[in-house]
Design a protein around this ligand. Structure first.
Ligand SMILES: [Zn+2]
Length: 314
């Protein structure tokens, strides 16, 4: 069965046609518009384009970076509040499933990625924020209000740095890309020298994942220290989540882990295992890098649409 998977992010709109074995058969992308009528028009165009290539597609899975309830979508990234997206899209005969993007990514990793064959997993991404998708018993765990997985403001250090939410030591304030960038520039301003100074484009002032990977390769002491500290905090955070959910597997996604996972994941693992209430042997609780990379969300969305169409629920 073929289905369309769409990822509507704050920056990019990506779409794919995915077959029943998780293979992408067709794909496209464009920058995301934000006003609802333009988003709806762009989504309809994307669906029409997919149906031109594959008229037999069975449904559409649409992942959005935001809070998704049965009726509506609210998204800070898109500046949306309670938009009835599925109803506005109204694709006639083609069923549409709307899902939170982290949940869709978690579902994709469970079906065809690092968690293949497992029923209980946590999918985490480290980006400008830190988010999670949670699978319990093979199904997405949404919580009572569709808010499950909002893990970014989990406090891991009461004496830690101030977070945007007003509390101290949230994981986002300690280990997100934004925090890592802030810490590296802080060290440089404090007088330490780093190869980052020569790598960053002075116009944008942004440190990319590629810059971090290169700095690690050159054994830059500032980047090594900052990423080590971030990974340590992610380890405590991962251990706490596993203690709550008794999960079988933790999958880390996002560009930072893709670029620097070889350095960060061993520290995350070692710290997480030490913080488990009940010791688990590492082979019983793999902590892995996402196997589907940034395709996890579109593949997961398409799979959710197929499953819904087959009447198995999700
Ligand atoms: Zn916070």
């Amino acid at each position: 069965m073929l289905a369309i998977g769409i990822d509507l992010g704050g920056t990019n709109l990506r779409w794919c046609v995915v077959d029943g074995s998780g293979e992408i058969r067709h794909r496209g992308r464009r920058p995301s518009p934000k006003p609802v009528p333009q988003v709806v028009a762009a989504l309809r165009e994307a669906v029409a384009e997919c149906r031109e290539h594959f008229p037999e597609v069975a449904g559409v899975g649409l992942a959005v970076a935001g809070t998704v309830t049965e009726e509506s979508v609210s998204s800070v990234n898109l500046d949306w509040q309670e938009v009835p997206l599925a109803r506005e899209l109204a694709l006639g005969d083609l069923p549409v499933i709307v899902e939170n993007d982290m949940n869709a990514g978690a579902y994709g990793e469970m079906r065809f990625g690092g968690g293949r064959g497992l029923q209980n997993l946590i999918f985490l991404t480290v980006s400008t924020g830190i988010g999670a998708g949670i699978i319990v018993g093979g199904r997405i765990y949404r919580g009572a209000n569709g808010l499950a997985g909002e893990v970014g403001h989990t406090v891991v250090d009461l004496n830690g740095l101030l977070c945007g939410c007003g509390r101290r030591g949230c994981i986002e304030a300690l280990a997100s890309r934004t925090a890592i960038e802030r810490d590296i520039f802080g060290e440089i301003r404090g007088g330490r020298s780093s190869v980052i100074t020569g790598l960053v484009d002075p116009d944008s002032g942004l440190i990319t994942s590629g810059h971090l990977a290169q700095a690690l390769q050159e054994q830059d002491p500032v980047v090594t220290d900052v990423l080590e500290r971030a990974a340590y905090h992610l380890g405590i955070f991962t251990g706490s989540l596993v203690n709550v959910l008794d999960t079988e597997c933790v999958v880390y996604g996002g560009g930072l882990i893709e670029a620097c996972g070889e350095f960060m994941l061993p520290i995350i693992r070692e710290t997480a295992y030490r913080h488990l209430i009940r010791p688990v042997s590492p082979d019983k609780l793999p902590i892995l890098e996402a196997a589907l990379g940034d395709n996890a969300t579109v593949i997961g969305s398409a799979m959710l649409a197929s499953v819904e169409r087959l009447g198995n629920g999700s």
